[in-house]
Design a protein around this ligand. Structure first.
Ligand code: FAD
Length: 487
């Protein structure tokens, strides 16, 4: 086994620069890190909404929040507002907070369901601080924040911010196009990237961060792709940036349309907008017209179409190559999970880092965890689509399609008994599953009877107290835009 002394990162999008940042910071003293990117090719230019795990990763990188928020035009995010997903005129929030108080025997939503049956419960969100803060557009963050939050940031500025940090930490950056990938004649491992100008960039371990092109894992190593189009047929997005027209809200908006959905991501200096759609149901011209007719503010760039195929690379780690993000697969951005998946993959890579040479066992462990996690994300995304009560052909198809067994079982369990769970290696918590299942109008037939054993009036009193505490906490928070302005 070749000892790993040189790591080569192919690609300088969010995946490449995050990899560079964590490797230089954590193992830079032991391995030499080189990043190769092409300004002419550029990056995918989207990916601006995150989930709270981003903050743990930033802590590993030693990122100062104030500096980061300033450098990337970031705003804060407490959840996602789903608009028109169950029925056209309805809206619900998937927030990052916890709901009420759970007991070991029954999660909070069982008490809420009982309260609702007795006519003494408020809306579900009234029991979650992040939910109510998002609705009221209030926010406070920082080290001591009681809120569980994430960020919206400008993807281009984020990559530049990470690049500056990496270059200060001694990373070597090579500008230019990779013309081909050279494999070792004996072992079959990747030996070097051959640049268009003939330069060779040699390494012991290669990270494929070349985006949808997947030059290393796909083209050079021929690792197959598992296609998930049968469950997630959206395959195009058009993205456009516009000027901000009002205060930034502390949540991402996901607005359903007849063949997919639109995103709206508020930053300090602009809005990120996009439309995701299934090309079998909507033409590019129609999608573009729809996007441009619904954005607010002036457009800052030409709308850009991005084609994608939902699925995953059968192995993310093959030989001496690890594929990150778009090179390794893609589940559409409805729950803003891709950047998280980059971060968790890098965390695992560091835990399993092959200093003494690539081992098949480590790669197998990495691949196994990556598969389980991304399948959990896939199921969660499908959930939003399949539990709909809309009447257009696209939505009818999504409602009627056969589901992965893992998801069908989960839905059946919740429908029968309101039981929700978070499997090991799974990203989304019980609260997340519950918010989306109830938000999509999956009302359980029954629930845990624990709340019925409470003395008369006690459930109403407890629910009232909880809602009162949430409302009080939210009243004490500054308005999100004011908080940003002060920062
Ligand atoms: P890219 O940004 O495409 O970077 C690829 C890099 O490889 C570039 O630097 C390019 O120059 C380089 N490269 C390619 N070929 C060559 C070559 N031959 N020679 C040299 N260099 C080369 N994720 C989220 O977490 N939240 C979101 O809200 C979100 N929204 C999204 C919306 C859409 C429509 C899409 C498609 C994705 C979204 N994602 C989101 C995913 C997110 O954009 C990606 O995870 C993230 O940007 C990482 O992309 P990347 O670095 O893998 O690829």
């Amino acid at each position: 086994m070749t000892r790993v002394r040189r790591v080569v990162i192919a690609g300088g999008g969010t995946a490449g620069w995050l990899a560079a940042a964590i490797l230089t910071k954590q193992v830079g003293a032991m391995v030499e890190v080189t990043l190769v990117e092409s300004e002419e090719i550029g990056t995918v230019g989207v990916g601006e909404s995150t989930i709270p795990t981003v903050r743990a990763f930033h802590a590993l990188l030693g990122i100062d929040e104030r500096e980061f928020v300033r450098a990337t035009g970031a705003s804060f995010k407490l959840g996602i507002s789903f608009e028109g997903w169950s029925r056209e005129a309805e809206r619900y929030m998937h927030s990052f907070g916890k709901l009420g108080h759970s007991t070991w025997m029954a999660d909070f939503h069982h008490f809420w369901l009982e309260g609702r049956a007795q006519g003494v419960a408020d809306e579900l969100g009234a029991y979650c601080v992040e939910h109510e803060a998002a609705r009221g557009e209030r926010f406070a963050g920082g080290q001591d924040a009681a809120l569980n939050y994430a960020y919206h940031f400008d993807a281009g500025r984020y990559a530049r911010y990470l690049r500056e940090r990496c270059e200060a930490d001694g990373l070597t950056r090579v500008e230019g196009k990779i013309a081909r990938v050279e494999r070792d004649g004996e072992s079959g491992d990747i030996a070097a990237l051959i640049m268009e100008d003939g330069a060779r960039v040699e390494g012991d371990l290669f990270l494929d961060c070349t985006g949808f092109r997947a030059l290393l894992i796909g083209d050079a190593l021929g690792v197959g792709y598992e296609d998930w189009r049968e469950w997630l047929p959206t395959d195009r997005a058009i993205a456009v940036q516009t000027t901000a027209t009002g205060p930034a809200v502390p949540y991402t908006r996901a607005i359903a349309h007849d063949a997919g959905w639109q995103w709206r991501i508020p930053l300090q200096h602009r809005l990120g907008n996009g439309i995701v759609y299934a090309s079998d149901y909507l033409s590019e011209d129609e999608a573009r017209a729809r996007l441009l007719s619904t954005v607010t503010g002036e457009t800052l760039i030409e709308p850009r179409t991005i084609r994608f195929r939902t699925g995953r690379r059968v192995k993310a780690w093959e030989r001496n190559c690890v594929a990150l993000s778009l090179a390794g697969g893609f589940v559409e951005p409805l729950e803003s999970t891709s950047i998280h998946l980059i971060m968790i993959a890098l965390t695992r890579l560091l835990q399993l880092f092959p200093f003494d040479g690539v081992s098949e066992a480590a790669a197998a462990r990495f691949n196994d965890m990556a598969q389980r996690e991304v399948e959990g994300v896939r199921d969660f995304i499908i959930l939003h689509y399949t539990l709909n009560q809309r009447d257009e052909p696209f939505w009818r198809r999504m409602r009627d399609m056969p589901l992965p067994d893992s998801l069908a079982t989960r839905i059946a369990l919740f429908r029968e008994s309101a039981q929700a769970f978070q499997a090991s290696d799974e990203l989304f918590t019980v609260t997340s599953w519950v918010q989306v299942m109830l938000g999509q109008r999956l009302m359980p037939d029954t629930h845990n009877r624990l709340a019925r054993m409470m003395p008369p009036g006690r459930l109403q009193q407890t629910l009232g107290q909880l809602a009162g505490q949430v409302a009080g906490a939210v009243r004490g928070l500054p308005v999100h835009q004011a908080y940003l302005d002060r920062m």
